[in-house]
Design a protein around this ligand. Structure first.
Ligand SMILES: NC(=O)c1ccc[n+]([C@@H]2O[C@H](COP(=O)([O-])OP(=O)(O)OC[C@H]3O[C@@H](n4cnc5c(N)ncnc54)[C@H](OP(=O)(O)O)[C@@H]3O)[C@@H](O)[C@H]2O)c1
Length: 300
């Protein structure tokens, strides 16, 4: 077989980056993997839900993308080692790590169980730091690499029903800012993504009534994040309308308090509405179960 050595082919291989995306089974991670297709990547997709992860992989394979889906939990040390080992075995390098896996839980700190606090801290920040640490020796040896960390606009606009979530996302931002200068010496860049509210599975998992909190479609955001792979920048705030909002709140404390209180009240209302819907659903199921156990005598 004759190997093609045309310029376009060479360019293809030169530009084909090995990109690991955690949390690629839904939402932003899934949309990002699809938005990256235009850059001819080799994609390593990570998440716990096998069926959803393989669905993302199938969509990419239809686009002729070289995909390696790995089922695993970012909180698990063996899994994190597996993610890196499998990637190195198949592709021999890691150009980009997108630390996207994460979740929120809307709750008041007074009511929040410790297990929920642990889950948020372990997933959103501890695993992100450890995943980063696993790939750094490889990127250091390559003398190049890009780390993209998923924070949130709530890192800059902290709201009370999401206190622990906001704390983790603020930690992501501070971690990224802290390591950036150190890693620059090795040709490694660090970007922080701070999205506003987007339509994903996030609200449902957070316990927020999806109809009460509007969200933007993820596709545009995904295209903007994908661009960081070819042109890294320190911070990406999306949608762009949030940029002046955040600028104003940085300068005027009283406005920050007003805006965060408004957002917090909206989220709290959505949290209560979600709880009411769940309670109603449980009551309905219980009623149906009782009906099955005690059949209506009139029907006999
Ligand atoms: N949507 C928003 O409005 C918004 C705004 C700002 C920031 N963010 C951030 O964006 C990121 C993606 O969220 P999303 O909105 O796309 O929500 P999503 O649809 O719920 O996606 C979350 C992804 O993270 C994965 N994940 C969660 N825990 C994991 C674990 N322990 N190990 C491996 N994978 C795990 C999930 O996969 P499995 O469940 O299959 O493991 C899923 O693929 C999160 O970090 C979130 O905090 C979202």
């Amino acid at each position: 077989m004759v190997r093609k050595t045309s310029y376009s082919n060479k360019a293809f291989f030169d530009e084909s980056k090995v990109i690991i995306i955690t949390g690629a089974s839904s939402g932003i991670g899934k949309a990002l993997s699809l938005a990256l297709v235009r850059y001819n990547p080799k994609l390593v997709l990570i998440a716990r839900r096998k069926r959803q992860l393989l669905q993302t992989a199938k969509l990419l394979e239809k686009e002729n993308v070289d995909v390696l889906p790995i089922v695993g939990d970012v909180r698990n040390r063996e899994d994190r080692i597996k993610f890196v080992d499998f990637t190195m075995k198949k592709y021999g390098r890691i150009d980009v790590l997108v630390n996207n896996a994460g979740l929120g839980k809307a709750n008041l700190i007074i009511d929040q169980p410790e297990e929920e606090i642990d889950l948020l801290i372990e997933t959103n920040i501890l695993s992100l730091i450890k995943m980063t640490k696993h790939v750094l020796p490889i990127m250091q040896q390559q003398e190049s690499g890009i780390i993209i960390n998923m924070s949130s606009s709530l890192a800059l606009l902290p709201v009370f029903p999401f206190a622990v979530y906001c704390a983790t996302k603020s930690a992501v931002k501070v971690f990224s800012d802290s390591i950036r200068q150190e890693l620059k010496n090795y040709g490694i860049s660090v970007s922080t993504v701070m999205p506003g509210s987007y339509e994903t599975e996030f609200n449902k998992i957070a316990g927020i009534d999806e109809e009460s909190v509007p969200g933007y479609a993820v596709e545009k955001l995904a295209v903007k994040i994908a661009k960081l792979v070819v042109k890294p920048k320190k911070n990406l705030i999306q949608p762009t309308s949030y940029v002046p909002l955040i600028w104003i709140t940085k300068r005027f404390e009283f406005l920050k308090n007003l805006i965060t209180l408004k957002i917090a009240q909206m989220i709290n209302k959505a949290r209560i509405e979600s709880q009411i819907k769940i309670d109603e659903e449980i009551a309905k199921t219980e009623k149906e179960e009782i009906k099955l156990l005690v059949p209506d005598k009139r029907n006999n």
